[in-house]
Design a protein around this ligand. Structure first.
Ligand SMILES: C[S@@+](CC[C@H](N)C(=O)[O-])C[C@H]1O[C@@H](n2cnc3c(N)ncnc32)[C@H](O)[C@@H]1O
Length: 497
């Protein structure tokens, strides 16, 4: 098994090296006028074009930098962490460093994590058993860190940083280690800020990072997904029949607005929901008889295995005409590059295999339907800002100009009054028996208690992140309770201008 995994990794790495050569040689022959980057295609090209163009003819000369020793590597990692607007670091540590003071190294890492709580940090550690106590301590103390070990023998290291400004870009350091000594032999810095083609390549490196077999170090705080912990209770509080008027009014109006959107589509429809939770909306849409001929597929993605389990159990109990159109995939919205314009890339890790086999959704297109890509009930508000921005970007990437995007969020101005009614009502979901007054920030329109976080939005904020993702707003409806606006239902599309 392990040998097979190693072979796969080797093949993946060879592909990466080939892509580097291709990138350097031919400068990613693609349509530069395209709105965003295309999905990196894992399959090799059928016929390779000849090697002709010199390196510098395509890439900016300052965008690729050779790093020749440990000191240069360590300095570069440090500088990359200090660049402004860093939102995520994905690092593989597989080498033996000779000149490293390990106590000092972990002290710096601890300080960085504590001082930068909004930077998501993921680290895969390969064969560094003597560091386990440090790793364990980091994993259990920092919510912004996911730390994995891997038994795969890698001869490569990676330090991949994502920044949100001036435009979203990736900067990576790829290092080759000696097969015998495991010392780092040679590194190359690929700066997507200087040359956008390298951001495209950064996404390929990210795919490699995510495909490496790995295990989370026990006790990792981030693994304590607040949604999974409380999934069995969710539907008791959040439904069309909620005892809380705020939720009942919100959900019923949101459902009606979505139904109208489905009816107004000129072709049959696929509904793709980011953060679909227990399938509250998708299951409801599947059950509306009038919509049955119109809705071909209902696809939910969520990062919480617990919420997905509840959704799938409910689905599996319904009649086949509902059940066979519903799919729930395990994916982080911020990384959902499985959905791209008219393409779907299904992977086994997305975990709805039995349903895929039974209902036969083997297609990697949406069967010529128009899509409604949605994110509902303030799901964007429960994400930290970096995750939200990346998720919105992926929502728009999953759509073509014919499709519609529906986003519904709680209204910022309603926060002072309604947050103090909503969160005590769902205290079981928040995970706190008594919610202190400090949990509410009216100034920021934010609720924060334990692992639960939620931000409420005004229309300017929505407009800003829609436009930053290449979208434009088509319409805005207010959601109200007893005459007061409590939310916004925004319909947008990919900007064509
Ligand atoms: C407020 S609940 C809404 C659930 C459902 N849309 C509804 O309306 O009932 C938020 C959902 O978003 C999911 N979620 C939060 N962050 C996510 C992320 N980064 N990627 C995917 N799902 C996410 C949670 O697991 C949870 O199921």
């Amino acid at each position: 098994m392990l040998a097979a995994a190693d072979n796969l990794i080797t093949i993946a790495l060879l592909s990466i090296v080939l892509i580097i050569v291709a990138a350097i040689g031919y400068g990613f022959q693609r349509d530069r006028s395209k709105r965003k980057e295309t999905v990196p295609d894992p399959s090799p090209p059928t016929s390779a074009p000849p090697l002709v163009a010199p390196v510098a003819a395509r890439l900016h000369p300052d965008a690729v930098l050779a790093l020749r020793n440990e000191a240069e590597l360590q300095d570069t990692y440090k500088q990359l962490r200090e660049r402004p607007n860093l939102v995520r670091v994905q690092a593989i540590w597989a080498a033996q460093y000779k000149a490293i003071d390990i106590t000092e190294y972990f002290r710096e890492e601890r300080t960085f994590l504590a001082e930068n709580p909004s930077v998501e940090f993921e680290r895969i550690v390969v064969g560094q058993d003597h560091h386990r106590p440090y790793l364990q301590e980091l994993a259990t103390n920092h919510q912004n860190l996911l730390i994995y070990t891997s038994s795969t023998s890698l001869q490569f290291e990676l330090y991949l940083c994502e920044y949100s400004d001036p435009t979203r870009h990736l900067v990576g350091v790829l290092v080759v280690n000696s097969a015998l000594s495991r010392l780092p032999e040679f590194g190359v810095l690929l700066d997507g800020r200087i040359d956008g083609e390298l951001t495209q390549f950064g996404y390929t490196l990210r795919q490699w990072f995510e495909s490496i077999p790995k295990e989370l170090v026990a006790g990792s705080l981030r693994a304590q997904n607040v949604w999974t912990q409380n999934a069995p209770d969710y539907d008791r509080f959040v439904s069309r029949n909620s005892e809380l008027d705020f939720l009942k009014d919100y959900i019923r109006q949101e459902d009606t607005l979505l139904e109208s959107l489905v009816k107004s589509a000129s072709r049959d429809v696929t509904v793709l929901e980011f953060g679909s939770g227990t399938g509250r909306t998708l299951q409801y849409l599947a059950s509306v008889a009038e919509l049955e001929p119109k809705i071909r597929l209902l696809i939910g993605i969520d990062h919480s295995s617990g919420m997905l389990e509840v959704a799938r159990n409910k689905r599996d109990k319904t009649r086949s005409s509902e059940r066979d159109r519903l799919f729930y995939f395990e994916l982080d919205g911020a990384r959902a590059r499985a959905f791209w314009e008219d393409q779907v890339r299904l992977r086994p890790s997305m975990n709805d295999q039995a349903q895929l086999a039974r209902a036969g959704f083997a297609t990697t297109t949406y069967e010529n339907t128009d899509k409604i890509v949605c994110c509902l009930l303030n799901t964007l508000g429960v994400m930290d800002a970096a995750t939200r921005d990346a998720t919105v970007e992926n929502i728009f990437s999953a759509a073509t100009p014919n499709d519609r995007i529906a986003i519904s969020v709680f209204d910022r101005a309603a926060f002072p009054q309604f947050a103090r009614i909503l969160y005590p009502f769902i205290k079981t979901l928040v995970g706190q028996e008594r919610i202190s007054s400090e949990a509410y920030s009216d100034e920021l329109a934010e609720f924060r208690a334990g692992y639960y976080y939620s931000h409420w939005f005004d229309l300017d904020e929505i407009e800003t992140f829609v436009e930053a993702s290449g979208g434009e707003i088509v319409s805005v409806e207010s959601i109200t309770s007893d005459g007061t606006t409590i939310g916004h239902f925004v319909v947008a599309r990919v900007a064509t201008g």
